[in-house]
Design a protein around this ligand. Structure first.
Ligand SMILES: NC(=O)C1=CN([C@@H]2O[C@H](COP(=O)(O)OP(=O)(O)OC[C@H]3O[C@@H](n4cnc5c(N)ncnc54)[C@H](O)[C@@H]3O)[C@@H](O)[C@H]2O)[C@@H](O)CC1
Ligand SMILES: Nc1ncnc2c1ncn2[C@@H]1O[C@H](COP(=O)(O)OP(=O)(O)O)[C@@H](O)[C@H]1O
Ligand SMILES: [Mg+2]
Length: 291
């Protein structure tokens, strides 16, 4: 199959003067667990900085107050767990009832490898009609399945780093690193997903198109930067961008924010939360370039 190499960025989501929070995308991020509340916060704030009109973060009830206290701009939904680490039936019903109202959904950052994460990931992967961004422990849940990936009811964007991709494919990190493009394209074709293979020169491919990202730097090799990307990509998908375009633009903006952060703060000192403070500069540069 001929692969189309994409060099140009897609058009940016438009924000009409009469836009309101109901027209800029409403997204849901399912993230976090005790000890990893930060991943939920970083992903939620990444979605806010991406431009979403409304961001909801669903997180285990035990850490809801921690997550909510970090930023007042997203809303939180408590996930009630039973003694088997499963969602209670009331909590499942409450979450599923709200799903049709979201424009895009993400699952995985900081969720840990618990039964509720595995079951909810599989259910959303197969049944959600909107774009689903699958990251971190949701990827690990898919990798642990004894069956092939389920058929998906809607577009899927998978955002593994090489370690997660290795678990998904049963190919060693060394072999993946030797030919990142081929492994990414084959996976995207086989599973009909947009695959974002992270790391220096992040690859975005849907199996027919391929973009190799040119922004970003080694200062981004610090915990939590991927969680910010999940939020950003979910936000762009929720603003109506196609899954491939949302992934390509999200990765580009994320890396550009990282480059601005490194310029000001240095690669060693920058941390994931700094990316959130530099996404505005990245947006400004992109908006100026396209005007
Ligand atoms: N503040 C927080 O709450 C944070 C929570 N996190 C969560 O921590 C959990 C574990 O995720 P981790 O990703 O840390 O652990 P993993 O065990 O999934 O992956 C880490 C390993 O993957 C490999 N790897 C990653 N990037 C690579 C690259 N570019 N090239 C080659 N190999 C690479 C390395 O072997 C590395 O040790 C997830 O739920 C994640 O979302 C992290 O996102 C860090 C921040
Ligand atoms: N050397 C690097 N150059 C460019 N980008 C990098 C580099 N190292 C890490 N990144 C980026 O940082 C992010 C790390 O994501 P991930 O490994 O999921 O981190 P975490 O799970 O800790 O949030 C990815 O977007 C990745 O592309
Ligand atoms: Mg990650």
């Amino acid at each position: 199959m001929n692969i189309q190499r994409i060099k140009d960025l897609p058009p940016l989501p438009q924000r009409a003067p009469d836009s309101h929070k109901g027209s800029c995308g409403k997204v849901l991020i399912i993230a976090g667990s005790p000890g990893m509340s930060g991943a939920a916060c970083l992903a939620g704030m990444g979605a806010l900085r991406g431009g979403s009109g409304l961001v909801f973060v669903a997180t285990p009830a035990a850490i809801q107050s921690i997550v909510a206290s970090v930023n007042p701009c997203y809303l939180t939904i408590p996930l009630e767990l039973d003694s088997d680490s499963q969602l209670t039936s009331e909590s499942t019903a409450h979450l599923l009832d709200q799903l049709p109202g979201f424009d895009a959904v993400a699952i995985g950052p900081g969720c840990g490898q618990h039964p509720w994460v595995r079951d909810l990931t599989v259910q959303l992967y197969s049944e959600l009609e909107q774009t689903l961004i699958v990251d971190a422990d949701a990827l690990n849940s898919l990798a642990a399945l004894e069956t092939p990936l389920p058929d998906a009811a809607g577009p899927r964007i998978l955002t593994p780093h090489p370690g997660e991709f290795s678990r998904l494919t049963n190919v060693s990190i060394k072999d993946i690193s030797a030919d990142r493009e081929t492994h990414a394209i084959q996976f995207a074709q086989k599973h009909q997903v947009v695959l974002v293979l992270k790391g220096a020169g992040t690859i975005v491919t849907d199996g027919t198109q391929l973009a190799v990202n040119q922004t970003g730097n080694a200062g981004m090799a610090t915990g939590g930067t991927g969680d910010v990307l999940t939020g950003l990509t979910t936000s762009l998908a929720g603003q109506g961008m196609s899954p491939f375009d949302a992934a390509q633009l999200g990765v580009y903006l994320h890396g550009l924010a990282g480059d601005f952060a490194a310029d000001d703060l240095s690669q060693p000192a920058m941390i994931a939360a700094d990316l959130l403070d530099y996404i505005p500069d990245a947006w400004r540069e992109l908006i100026a370039e396209t005007n």
